[in-house]
Design a protein around this ligand. Structure first.
Ligand SMILES: [Zn+2]
Ligand SMILES: [Zn+2]
Length: 297
């Protein structure tokens, strides 16, 4: 079920990631992002509950193309016969022209460890992908505009509704601490840096967060975490921007990859992975426990 974030804005949580729906039942609406692989049925049921069983969006608007934001994109877009809107600088990773930079788990932390099992390749959605209209126009839902907020990925975009200060930040930042294991259970609201193993340019990511803080939003929602709302949000975002720090180590922290409209051009060399052995050990323990549980059954 979509949870109401603000009038005409619904949030649907799928394990650790969110999709959003913009628009009112009976009118034009837009799906923002497409969740994890295998979540098409779940999203369709939630959409039917909010907009009616025959509802079909104007399109699916992708904040960026990571696997947890486009997992059901193909199935939903083909089923509804609608376009996938994305920024031109994100298009190479959505049309089979480039992979993302390889994930970098070398900074450690919960998401970094989990990322070892997560895909980091690009996708090919062919001509379903349509470039976003210029001038920040969001197709089908008046009152919203999109902003280019690169850094997490080259063509990352956020959405903003000026009239009531609602900001959908995608993965420009998160509203939960992705580095903390306990945050995945408590869902504690906390402005936090974007997913470290998948963020390719930290300096650019910081400038994007500053740009979003300048909007002085009253409600902030992101791809990961619960919504934060109230008069205190703008100053919290300002404080977060001022105290923003990249991970203390990592392949892309001091030298980001070079990317252009054709995708990744140049990668910095790999760096030592101090957590690799521990991660491999943990993986073996999990496999042993699973094997034991099977024998007991
Ligand atoms: Zn992402
Ligand atoms: Zn994400």
């Amino acid at each position: 079920m979509f949870e109401t974030v603000a009038p005409g804005v619904g949030r649907l949580g799928i394990l650790f990631v969110n999709v959003f729906a913009l628009g009112e039942p009976g009118g034009p609406w837009l799906l923002i992002d497409a969740g994890l692989p295998g979540s098409a049925g779940f999203i369709r049921r939630a959409v039917a509950g909010r907009f009616g069983p025959e509802a079909r969006p104007q399109g699916i608007f992708l904040t960026h193309g990571h696997f947890d934001h486009v997992g059901a994109a193909r199935e939903l877009a083909e089923g509804w016969d609608v376009p996938l809107f994305a920024h031109p600088l994100e298009a190479p990773y959505l049309t089979g022209r480039s992979d993302y930079p390889p994930r970098d788990p070398t900074m450690g932390g919960a998401m970094a460890e989990m990322s070892r099992l997560m895909p980091d390749h690009g996708y090919d959605f062919g001509d379903r992908v349509k470039e976003l209209p210029e001038e920040g126009i969001v197709p089908g839902v008046p009152g919203w505009r999109w902003l280019h907020t690169p850094g997490h990925t080259p063509g990352h975009v956020s959405l903003y509704r000026e009239s009531d200060g609602v900001l959908l930040a995608g993965d420009a930042y998160a509203t939960m601490n992705l580095d903390s294991w306990s945050a995945y259970f408590t869902r504690k609201r906390e402005l936090s840096r974007p997913s470290p193993p998948f963020t390719f340019d930290w300096g650019t990511a910081r400038r994007s967060i500053e740009k979003l803080a300048d909007l002085e939003p009253r409600t902030v929602a992101a791809g990961h975490g619960r919504t934060m709302s109230g008069d205190h949000v703008a100053s919290k975002l300002r404080d977060f921007t001022q105290s923003f720090t990249p991970p203390h180590r990592g392949r892309y922290v001091s030298s980001p990859p070079v990317a252009d409209e054709d995708g990744i051009e140049e990668l910095p060399p790999p760096v030592p992975d101090p957590y690799a052995r521990r991660a491999a050990g943990a993986f073996v323990v999990v496999l042993l426990l699973l094997a034991l549980a099977r024998r007991r059954r």
